[in-house]
Design a protein around this ligand. Structure first.
Ligand code: PEP
Length: 254
């Protein structure tokens, strides 16, 4: 399976800015065939980008979603609404959703079940924060997040799921000089995630599932991170906001 490089734009870019990015980005990566590329813009830009990207090798994803199809949930977006925009992926359980908006594993699990029901491919974000890392709890946290977020998910559904290992302490929060995890630390996390998936499901699923790394990935470090055996791609925040920089990361996939 190809490596997956996904852009998480967070709360950045108007529709106009999103379209300008795509026009520039498409030209630079025209001949790139090595990676599967997904752009996750704000909700407001999904429809416009979907039109821009028709017949291209770039897919669209959302950054969040409610688990119900419709109803009295002011300010929320449903899986049906995302499907209608042409969206194929949805980021769920991002650490900013967890830390700033109080989402927990139970809620993330409901969202994953709903996304799968509607044919959206979840990118499930997991990872420890600095305090948990310093207390030596990384593996515990990762294992619990996986068990809780993937509760009642059937083996046959696992091929639609991507896991993003995002150590929270490595996320840039918009600071371009923030340090990523070392390739060795990232690889250790990915290997451990694969071993938990093997215990929860089976060996074939653990081998086939894509586990992508997120946290200050940028042109300077993408190649070495992406060369590690258990790193199947990247979820890129800050460095995905500039078309040239995101294209360089895509081109780092060999
Ligand atoms: C993220 O928050 O998903 C992320 C990977 O951000 P950054 O690349 O800016 O660290």
């Amino acid at each position: 399976m190809k490596k997956l490089i996904a852009a998480n734009w967070k709360m950045n870019k108007t529709i106009k800015e999103s379209v300008l990015f795509i026009e520039e980005f498409k030209k630079i990566i025209k001949n790139e065939k090595n990676a599967e590329i997904v752009i996750c813009p704000p909700f407001t830009a999904l429809t416009a980008l979907s039109k821009e990207l028709k017949n291209s090798n770039i897919k669209i994803g959302a950054q969040n979603m409610h688990f119900e199809e419709a109803g009295a949930f002011t300010g929320e977006i449903s899986p049906l609404m995302l499907k209608e925009t042409g969206c194929e992926y949805v980021i769920l359980g991002h650490s900013e959703r967890r830390e700033i908006f109080g989402e927990d594993d139970l809620l993330v699990n409901k969202k994953i079940i709903a996304a799968l029901k509607h044919g959206l491919s979840p990118i499930l974000c997991i990872g420890e924060n600095l305090e948990q890392k310093n207390q030596g709890k990384t593996k515990n946290i990762i294992e619990n997040q996986l068990k809780n977020c993937l509760k009642s998910i059937d083996k046959s559904q696992m091929e639609s799921i991507t896991i993003a290992y995002e150590p929270v302490w490595a996320i840039s929060r918009g600071n371009p000089s923030h340090k990523a995890a070392t390739k060795e630390d990232a690889e250790e996390g990915h290997k451990f995630i694969r071993s938990v998936i093997e215990k929860m499901f089976d060996t074939a699923i653990s081998k086939n599932i894509r586990i992508i790394y997120g946290g200050s990935m940028k042109p300077e470090n993408a190649r070495e991170l992406l060369s590690m055996p258990d790193i199947d791609g990247g979820l890129v925040g800050n460095a995905s906001l500039d078309a040239k920089s995101f294209a360089e990361i895509v081109k780092s996939v060999k």
